[in-house]
Design a binder for this molecule. Structure first.
Ligand SMILES: [Zn+2]
Length: 363
């Protein structure tokens, strides 16, 4: 179970109505808390009986809003009967499907009941939020949160991750610059036209990075997001193919563990850029969550020397990699495409490294 906070685009005209609703629900909650504490109303039905009409008449809440407020206060009081439950003036207020409804196929908009009727707002989904909802089950209850002059919905997503199977072997996956992904079976996953776009944005990115100003940083972020939107369908397709291939053969998916990559100075410059790229991280996270949803075990392996180690004789040498795309072992002569050799090394390491249970946190 996890909480996802999504920002709502509430217009200036709508803000006062929603704020008034939040404040009124909190004032009503305070009044209900007063009654609960003095009457020692431990049972919700009792509290409901004592306060329902007061909440509706005095605060003008709708029937369902009253039910939610009383439920919230009752919950707080049961958790700690020694204190009178009190609520912040603009604290979070509870909504449920009777007073909140989603609009659009991808929940692009949400309609919230306020004191003066329903108000519709656009929902600004984050990548994390979209993925959490896509792989889990969204609960009907949500809190409306007002923070730093903006409204948010705190959503609760229940996990539906499948228990991973016991894998026999691993499908190693090298995520790269030349090819977006290459697996240890030799499958190369590409996207048409991506390289051209990427080279163009890479040049612009390098220019902005050297500028280092605040506006350059904003521009950099925008480029990353644009690239991400462009790459999104490709990343979905590639990650789906990789996970399906592993699932069909009951293997684990093995990826490089990039947890400490920023600290490591031995990582090549070109590699570092690829690890920081927004779309690269998106592809990785797609593989991770699709694997978790399908019950395909995910193994993260030590990334050191995956690109210059010979999988046949174990020789580690930078000269094994005469060019970016080519691998040729200086010791035993094994040769092949560099990405595939790296994927083979990643697969081989999966057996000896710490397995990560599918469904673990950390998108
Ligand atoms: Zn060799």
């Amino acid at each position: 179970m996890r909480t996802v906070l999504v920002r709502l685009e509430v217009g200036a005209a709508e803000t006062p109505a929603l704020l008034r609703t939040v404040e009124t629900m909190n004032r009503a909650a305070d009044a209900v808390g007063e009654v609960a504490f003095h009457a020692k109303a431990h049972r919700r039905t009792h509290l409901h009986h004592l306060t329902y009409h007061m909440v509706r008449d005095r605060f003008g809440l709708s029937a369902q809003m009253a039910v939610r407020v009383i439920g919230k206060v009752g919950g707080a009081y049961v958790r700690d009967p020694s204190h009178k439950p009190t609520f912040r003036r603009r604290g979070a207020v509870p909504y449920d499907p009777r007073i909140l409804s989603w609009k659009g196929e991808r929940r692009e908009r949400v309609s919230l009941l306020a004191l003066d009727g329903r108000h519709e707002s656009r929902v600004r989904w984050s990548e994390y939020g979209r993925q959490a909802v896509a792989r889990g089950k969204l609960r009907g209850e949500a809190d409306l949160v007002y923070r730093d002059r903006a409204f948010y919905l705190a959503l609760v997503v229940e996990s539906v991750d499948t228990t991973p199977y016991e894998p026999t072997g691993a499908l190693g996956v090298d995520l790269g610059v030349v090819n977006l992904a290459t697996d240890s079976d030799g499958t190369v996953y590409k996207a048409d036209g991506t390289d051209r776009v990427r080279t163009r944005t890479d040049r612009l990115r390098a220019h902005l990075q050297s500028a280092g100003t605040k506006s350059a940083q904003r521009h950099l972020k925008a480029i990353g997001q644009r690239e991400g939107r462009f790459r999104r369908p490709t990343n979905h397709y590639i990650s789906k193919s990789i996970v399906a291939r592993a699932e069909d053969t009951k293997r684990a998916v093995a990826l490089e563990d990039l947890g400490g990559i920023r600290e490591r100075t031995t990582v090549r410059r070109s590699q570092r850029r690829r690890h920081h790229s927004w779309s690269f991280r998106q592809l990785r996270s797609f593989v991770e969550y699709k694997a978790a949803a399908k019950g395909v075990p995910l193994v993260l392996v030590d990334p050191r020397n995956t690109s210059c180690m010979c999988p046949q004789c174990g020789r580690v040498d930078k000269k094994n990699r005469p060019t970016r795309d080519e691998f040729r072992c200086v010791s035993c002569g094994l040769a092949g495409p560099a990405d595939r050799i790296a994927a083979t090394n990643i697969a081989a390491r999966a057996g000896v490294d710490r397995p990560i249970v599918a469904g673990s946190e950390g998108l």
